[in-house]
Design a protein around this ligand. Sequence first.
Ligand SMILES: [Zn+2]
Length: 309
Amino acid sequence: MAKKKSDPIATSEPSKLKKKETPKIKTEPKKEKEKTEKEKLKNLKVKEKKTVEKKQKKEEKDEKAEFSSEQKLVALYNLQQIDSQVDKIRIIRGELPLEVQDLEDEIAGLGTRVENYIQETVSQEKSILEKQNGIKDSKILIKRYEEQQMNVRNNREYDSLSKEIEFQNLEIQLTEKRIKEFQSSLEGKKQEIERLESVLDERRADLDIKKNELGDIIAETEKEERDLIKSSEENQKFIEERLLTAYSRIRKNARNGLAVVQIERDACGGCFNKIPPQHQLDIRMHKKIIVCEYCGRILVDDGIVNYVK
Ligand SMILES: [Zn+2]
């Protein structure tokens, strides 16, 4: 193996990071603090370059050691931002099909209810018709009994026929009452069917809109996701395998997919446990990759965060 004595990557900053700097120089005057922060970082980088040159021979075994810890931290934080965006896209895309599914389920449920009501109205209409026929039969019977009463031989026969007539009249009254009840329930069901059908129409229109939206979003986000994954991969080039493996492992175990977090109010931005002052100092130095002693997430200070932003 030839010794890469003057590897260009070792002495120059990654082009991606460099590009980002140019527009940032034109910051508004009120962001004075941020500006000086950046200046500091830049100076730090210049110093780092020299030390990197000196150290280079020692670190040649590690293929990506030519990047300073600071560069790695920037790349790691950047990687986290990109990967988080990918996570967000995937969550959104995961929720939309569920919404469509919910609507489809609701429409199916409404359809079944309408179908059941229709079945019930059909059978009620049939029994109303049967009852109306029953009344006709009773009326025929009454007529027959009345005719028979004209030709009775004694009072007993006459009374017996009167009782039959009375019974049939009661039967008619009862049946008419039933028919009224059925008709009112039938009316209620028909109104309910109408109502459900208008709800169904609305839901079907919603579903159409949602399905179109879903198609658009899938097409849109797939492109965005591809671009993000591409820039994620570009960022990974600045980070050695060992760190990348750790990054992926932490990300997979963390509920929110965060493996690189910022110090916020002296605490880890991932698990919110306080970070000891000495640790915070080390983190601000950008000389080492430092992880939270509670959750194992990689910690960065606002210097790195502002640089990436
Ligand atoms: Zn933590």
